[in-house]
Design a protein around this ligand. Structure first.
Ligand SMILES: [Zn+2]
Length: 305
């Protein structure tokens, strides 16, 4: 796949149409909230970031595809890394010799739509301040996997999530909305769900983790939970302090190094069944090594060399 202006700008017409709709919607929302002076800014920001999000995301993935020796294989890997769901849904088809969502053309269309959606929402709610010069491009490129889930959170939360009106904080905060447990916040990409102001600090650590480590954050968080599920279950069963559910929560959640960092910044949490620091550090190092090996020995040779 060669990187050309024709390839990059192919969806220009639909993106501009969507931007016009985003402007109208932004002004409408601004006026409904009686922010007369701000309604135009809201509309303009939603439209501009929609266009930027669409083309930054598209250019990023097109560039990675242009470096690939096997663009189809690379498309599958990029579908996992930067959109999660197309990769996951395509895993069985790819293993059985066909490819559905992650062919280079389809992947580029999906990534353009997701980048546009993230840009639109970030502009509509005015989440970016001066740091946005750095964080916005990261949100729609390196950190797009987490933000794909974030976009899904927006869809789930749109009617009942109660999006806060605070702006320029580099994150969306829904006071209510999707949650795993009633008193637990849930953050994906730059979208915090079921998050009270007091939990902002902890959740913002997850926003930063996604921007810094990108696909490795989302995938290693999930891998940790999957790998520690059975050990947690067993530990909970053997423990005198808690049951099976406490063991799973203590090992998969509290013992998760990404959570340990969050609690180090935003307050403490004492699990009934704890994994312990020594195990957390050792397993984190092993998991990081496994991811490094996977990228070096499997992913890069499979698509790019
Ligand atoms: Zn957390």
């Amino acid at each position: 796949m060669t990187l050309t202006w024709t390839l990059l700008l192919a969806p220009l017409a639909p993106v501009l149409l969507a931007a016009a709709a985003a402007f109208a919607l932004g002004v409408g929302v601004g006026q409904a909230k009686r922010q007369a002076g701000w309604a135009l800014l809201r509309g303009a920001e939603a439209a501009v970031l929609l266009v930027l999000g669409a083309f930054l995301a598209r250019a990023f993935v097109a560039w990675l595809l242009s470096l690939a020796v096997h663009p189809e294989r690379a498309g599958f890997v990029l579908g996992w890394a930067f959109l999660l769901w197309p990769g996951l849904l395509d895993t069985l088809p790819v293993l059985s010799g066909s490819q559905w969502l992650t062919t280079p053309d389809r992947l580029l269309n999906i990534v353009t739509a997701v980048g546009a959606g993230v840009g639109f929402m970030n502009g509509l709610w005015g989440i970016h301040g001066p740091l946005g010069v750095l964080t916005f491009p990261l949100n729609v490129t390196w950190g797009l996997g987490g933000n794909t889930n974030g976009l899904l959170l927006h869809l789930i939360n749109v009617t009942w999530g109660n999006h806060s009106d605070e702006t320029r904080r580099e994150a969306h905060r829904y006071a209510s909305g999707f949650r795993i447990k009633s008193h637990y916040a849930f953050t994906q990409g730059s979208v915090m769900s079921n998050t009270s102001p007091a939990l902002f600090g902890h959740e913002f650590v997850h926003v930063l983790q996604n921007l810094v480590v990108g696909p490795f954050f989302v995938l290693s968080y999930a891998a940790w939970m999957a790998l520690l599920f059975i050990p947690g279950l067993v530990a909970g069963n053997l423990s005198k302090n808690g049951g099976v559910a406490d063991g799973i929560e203590g090992y998969c959640y509290d013992g998760n190094p990404w959570e340990a960092m969050g609690y180090a910044v935003g307050g403490s949490h004492s699990p009934r069944v704890a994994l312990g620091t020594a195990w957390t550090v050792t397993l984190a190092a092993l998991l990081a090594a496994a991811f490094g090996l996977l990228v070096w020995r499997v992913v890069l040779p499979w698509g790019w060399t």
